[in-house]
Design a binder for this molecule. Structure first.
Ligand code: ADE
Length: 252
């Protein structure tokens, strides 16, 4: 069970995604709990102001520290102690390893920034970790919070239903996934690979591994530097590279 508290200025943003499919089922099964907290509820002024002009001038607005800190302090009044994550393009890059690590925490707070971001003093003294979901800038931290929530939730035992399914995932294995086929056997004149219909599991596993390595070599060769590879994988990769060099890589 992981408890997620999402701090946002736009609580409505989460209604749709959290009421559909796996995340909604995981909530119903009690495998995750999600609370959406409106930062605006922690303002004390008449106009419920959450942002202000940046000191020093410049474009955009900055999220005021007080409402965020009030919200965080209230959250911290009840155990377990939360791990506080701020979503920002300035954070370290979120990946599968990070998702696996966070799935082991009891409680995560996802703080969604807006405008030019939050006051630096909140960042420095209240945030445990800063995460970016990629090298591009979004309109706010809500989409990144959903991305992190989704990736972490599916690492929690029971959420996927089929316990094994994330173990074959791209990135969980360190390389890209193999291709998938289902019925019909022939679609628009193209047959599913014969080997997948053979029922010979050892050959199927070997074919899938080769395909996964070939895709990774083609689209994400950077992953091969860190991926756990067997001697056999390395031999296969050498073979694949030779095929590419000789222009013979499209035979399958
Ligand atoms: N807020 C805006 N863009 C973001 C990104 N790429 N990752 C995390 N938070 C963000």
């Amino acid at each position: 069970m992981v408890q997620f508290d999402i701090l946002t200025l736009f609580p409505g943003f989460f209604e749709g995604p959290l009421s559909e499919s796996m995340l909604s089922r995981a909530r119903e099964k009690g495998l995750i709990s999600i609370r959406i907290i409106n930062i605006r509820d922690f303002t004390t002024d008449r106009h419920h102001v959450t942002d202000d002009y940046p000191y020093g001038g410049g474009a955009g607005m900055v999220m005021k520290p007080e409402p965020i800190v009030r919200a965080l302090s209230e959250l911290k009044e009840t155990p377990p102690v939360p791990h506080i994550i701020y979503l920002t393009p300035q954070g370290s890059l979120f990946n599968q390893e990070c998702a696996r690590h966070l799935a082991q925490k009891e409680r995560l707070v996802l703080l969604c920034g807006h405008y030019e971001g939050i006051d630096e003093r909140v960042r420095l003294h209240y945030v445990d970790e800063e995460l970016s979901i990629g090298d591009y800038v979004l309109t706010g931290g809500e989409t990144p919070a959903l991305v992190v929530l989704d990736a972490v939730a599916r690492m929690i035992p029971g959420v996927l239903g089929n316990e094994e399914s994330f173990r074959n995932d791209s990135f969980y294995t360190g390389i890209l996934d193999y291709p998938h086929y289902t019925r019909p056997e022939v679609f628009e004149g193209e047959s599913a690979p014969e080997i997948l219909l053979s029922g010979h599991h050892k050959n199927i596993d070997e074919w899938r591994r080769r395909q996964a390595l070939a895709r990774t070599l083609k689209f994400r060769p950077d992953l091969l530097e860190k991926a756990p590879l067997s001697d056999k994988d390395r031999r296969l990769l050498e073979e694949l590279k030779r095929e590419i060099a000789s222009g013979d890589d499209r035979k399958e």
